[in-house]
Design a protein around this ligand. Sequence first.
Ligand SMILES: Cc1ncc(COP(=O)(O)O)c(C=O)c1O
Length: 431
Amino acid sequence: MIKPNLSSAEMSSAFCKALKDKTTINPDDTAIVFYNLSSIQERIIDLQNLFPQNTIHAIALKANPITKILSRIKGSGVGAEVASLPELHLAEKAGFAPETIVFDSPCKTNAEIEYALKSGIHINADSFDELDRIGKILETVASESTIGVRINPQVGAGTIKSTSVAGTISKFGIPVNHNREKIIAYFMKYDWLRAIHVHIDSQGCPVPLIIDGIRKVLDLAIEVNEELKRHSHQSLVDTFDIGGGLPVSYHPGINPVSMEQYAAMLKTSCSELFNGQFRLITEFGRYIYANSGWVASKVEYVKRESDYNIIITHVGADLLLRKCYNPDDWYHHITVVDKAGRLKTGTDINKYMVAGPLCFAGDVIAMDLELPVTEEGDYILIHNTGAYTLSMWSRYNSRQMPKVIGYADGNDTFEILKERESKEDLFEFWS
Ligand SMILES: Cc1ncc(COP(=O)(O)O)c(C=O)c1O
């Protein structure tokens, strides 16, 4: 059974050790992003054990594009889901084989489609128009690509508006309710179209709703195949992509449905996905990374007023963009450690606001926190920051992206996965 998240004690222990390693952390590292590589590995193995052996687990690159991590996970036999041509190039650079790369994007240009087709990358088209573009390009280009189409099952929105994509109207995919006949007609027309894709949400969707959405699209796939058979088509829909989206634990002690439970629920409700009728693709991102990553950020100042305290620290809306812009939708637990990384205990009489370094008032990671007495030079450990953080990095105020360090359980060595951005990197970015 996979642990839902890393404890404060585990993070503090790793941080104490890392701080002693002067070759890894230096005084410029006012914030450091950590990844527990054992946790990433465990989750990949979990996925591989729970789904049929020939499933392509295309890990969503948008959740975490650190190349050294991508190269490692590629070695574990997974693929990569990419949502842009630059992400596709990152996947190629990390060494993913073309047939294990899944290209999703609602905005693919003709040139991008042609590149993917020539490279043999799996494409999920997002619209009828994109399917027609692919059809046109295939008239002149030979391709080994497998090709699917994204369907919006229209089963309803989740609790987080900005990540809900299965409501009546969504910018993604073809809405199923009024397009059933047309979708079937496209499968009849294009014999290279033999995959179906559905992705429901990310974090905000109750698991039964995710499963309802997958079931609805699976029924469509079965209906398409019946129609293809009725018309004596040789090839049928043989690949089904269930997307990602499984919610993970951000609150210590609150544990959402585990991957094991999710796979069991899917097996019950969508048994056709497990009996060899379809080759499966999954696109999990948050599940692999969110709970495997955390941040240590130095407390630069503590502003003390008579009834509240404000911690000013080195990451805020630049790294935790979703939390700061939609504070009610997201949560990151915070632990305070001293300058050597040791857990601080007790509770200050006043509550704390934790604010980032940026020049706007919304740069706040947490409000009304009960924390131990916190002082300049301490660090805050921000929990569960492994997904959709560095990948969403904001350039506002031009602060440099922090160093990223990886470590494994039971091993006291730390590997720099990405150096802190340098002044030269910054100049290059803006020039
Ligand atoms: C098409 C698609 N696939 C996969 C994912 C990954 O979702 P998650 O990280 O929640 O597993 C996303 C994220 O929104 C997505 O849009």
